[in-house]
Design a protein around this ligand. Structure first.
Ligand code: ADP
Ligand code: MG
Length: 261
């Protein structure tokens, strides 16, 4: 049975999508069967894997979730795209925006994505859900569907405030809707090693959350190489295998594999 990890933070631009892609492909390179699920109406994950016009893809997550809502039969291979680096993608696009509104008005609205994800669990070792930058119904659905949450945090400012809101939401979901949900850890991203920020922020996070929330040992360095990959439609391992960012994502992959043991 696959493990489901939501990559979430309501702040945009913190490397959620970049992390979902490179952790996902990192796990695939370790022989794991991986599905990436794009729940962001912007379709950035979909686009960054080479499907540059997500809004023109005929079957996407919005269609699948609409079928779930309408209690129609869902074909598990329906809409799945296969990327050359050995991962599967359930694409997302702008239609998720309208769907999120519909979701708000149906019975068991928090469980819609979970219905789909649970159906997919036996086909994959890991399912990574790339969340949109909000704490709306789609992100709640992702938290309900997941076993754990990975929280990318950009190490360029003190992010404590936004994090409190996110953690509050996660704990609420855990209490009411998904008892087993774990906070797998905070991942520092876009670390600029020319400054002392990363150290300051790690210290601040430790001080604030103490032992309650783990912080990944790996931190992802700031690098233009990471930004280039999305334009190329490939992972950092293909684009620039010897870079520090590639090394960091390989280390993160190992930490995630370890976590399960
Ligand atoms: P999110 O999904 O949280 O909005 P993205 O993964 O889309 O964040 O990243 C935001 C922007 O930062 C993108 O342009 C991406 O290419 C870039 N980026 C991601 N990781 C890094 C990094 N380690 N160093 C520099 N730029 C990065
Ligand atoms: Mg994103």
């Amino acid at each position: 049975m696959g493990r489901v990890i939501a990559v979430a933070n309501q702040k945009g631009g913190v490397a959620k999508t970049t992390t979902a892609v490179n952790l996902g492909i990192g796990l695939a390179r370790e022989g794991k069967r991986v599905l990436l699920v794009d729940t962001d109406p912007q379709g950035s994950l979909t686009a960054s894997l080479g499907y540059v016009e997500p809004d023109e893809i005929p079957i996407t997550l919005a269609n699948i979730l609409t079928a779930v809502i309408n209690e129609e039969e869902v074909n598990p291979s329906g809409g799945i795209l296969h990327h050359e680096e050995d991962i599967d993608i359930m694409p997302g696009n702008i239609e998720l925006s309208a769907l999120e509104v519909v979701m708000g008005n149906v019975m068991s609205r928090e469980l819609i994505l979970k219905d789909y994800i649970d159906m997919m669990r036996e086909r994959y070792d890991y399912i990574l859900i790339d969340c949109m930058p909000s704490l709306g119904m789609m992100t709640i659905n992702a938290l309900v569907a997941a076993d754990s949450v990975l929280i990318p945090v950009q190490a360029a400012y003190l992010p404590v405030k936004g994090l409190q809101q996110l953690i509050k939401t996660i704990l609420m979901v855990k209490k009411r809707l998904n008892r087993g949900l774990e906070i797998q850890g905070i991942l520092l991203t876009m670390v600029d090693y020319r400054t002392n920020y990363a150290k300051d922020i790690t210290a601040k996070l430790r001080e604030t959350y103490g032992s309650r929330i783990a912080i990944f040992e790996t931190a992802i360095p700031m690098s233009v190489k990471a930004a280039e990959t999305s334009a190329e439609g490939v992972s950092i391992y293909s684009h620039c295998p010897k870079s520090k960012v590639a090394e960091a994502y390989r280390n993160l992959t190992q930490e995630v594999l370890e976590y399960e043991k």
